[in-house]
Ligand binder design. Structure first.
Ligand code: DGL
Length: 267
């Protein structure tokens, strides 16, 4: 049975990184009702344990699904997806689209055969990433580096604060300084926060390095999965829902308005 036209698409991340997935999805589905959920009480996911996230993410998504009744949920977070995607799919009865490191397209693009994967510390240690590397880049060298600093820098940049150049240099250096790292010609941005820093990362990595992420592919996947479903005739303002955090307030609405958000809720 088709969902109601006003049933939203739910995007979920620990913070504002998932906006980089929301953007291309809205470009394909401009009148789709949107709920963007950020787990500010749990940010940063990259510093959490597997067990913690495997419990937290399905439970929180369950609450969000109950509250907003989405037609589909996008886990717009590599850390949550590489750890908890299977748990979420087992717990919830709706289509779930995950975000996983774009190692397959990177393997097709590299000329040197050396790929860098920049993610959170939790993502880069996942067996999920071992598996993607073995399946799609078995004949390539895949170097990984986890940078919590980039997550903080991306959140700050979106809220109008200056980006710490040293954080960017340390992240690129973390890949390049590994044995064979100077041959990297493709860097996978394996955290949805990192495309918010694409210009800064590109400036440090140099013009011979391509940065790639999975957002466009996810947007196409969402469009495919909802193909033929009814949508409203015109876009309505989306909702952003933030879990309540003692340390971090939701950003001003002006930060989220370019992504079609018109209201902020704390949950
Ligand atoms: N945006 C998230 C990701 O794609 C993680 C950021 C964090 O909470 O550490 O991995």
């Amino acid at each position: 049975m088709n969902p109601a036209a006003d049933a939203p698409i739910l995007f979920f991340d620990s913070g504002l990184g998932g906006l980089t997935v929301l953007g291309p999805t809205r470009a394909l589905l401009p009148t789709a009702p949107i709920v963007y959920a950020a787990d500010y009480a749990g940010l940063p996911y990259g510093q959490k344990s597997e067990a913690e996230l495997a419990a937290r993410v399905p439970a929180l998504l369950g609450r969000l699904v109950e509250r907003y009744q989405p037609r589909l949920a996008v886990i717009a977070c590599n850390t949550a997806s590489t750890i908890a995607l299977a748990h979420v799919r087992a717990a919830l009865d709706l289509p779930i689209v995950g975000t996983v490191p774009a190692i397959k397209p990177a393997a097709a693009l590299t000329r040197t055969g050396t790929i860098g994967v920049l993610g959170t510390e939790a993502t880069v240690r996942q067996p999920y990433v071992d598996d993607l590397s073995a399946r799609f880049a078995g004949d390539k060298r895949v170097l990984r580096y986890g940078s919590p600093g980039l997550v903080t820098a991306a959140e700050a940049k979106l809220c109008g604060e200056p980006v710490d150049r040293q954080v960017i240099a340390r992240a690129v250096g973390g890949l390049r300084d590994q044995p064979g790292g100077d041959a990297i010609d493709v860097i996978v941005l394996a955290c949805t926060h990192f495309p918010l820093l694409a210009a800064e990362l590109q400036a440090v990595a140099g013009p011979s390095v391509r940065l790639i992420d999975g957002a466009e592919g996810i947007a196409r996947r969402v469009a495919d999965l909802t193909h033929g479903q009814p949508w409203p005739a015109a876009a309505s303002p989306g909702i952003a829902a933030f879990t309540r955090s003692a340390e971090r307030l939701p950003p001003p609405l002006a930060t989220l308005a370019p992504y079609g958000i018109g209201r902020i809720e704390t949950i």
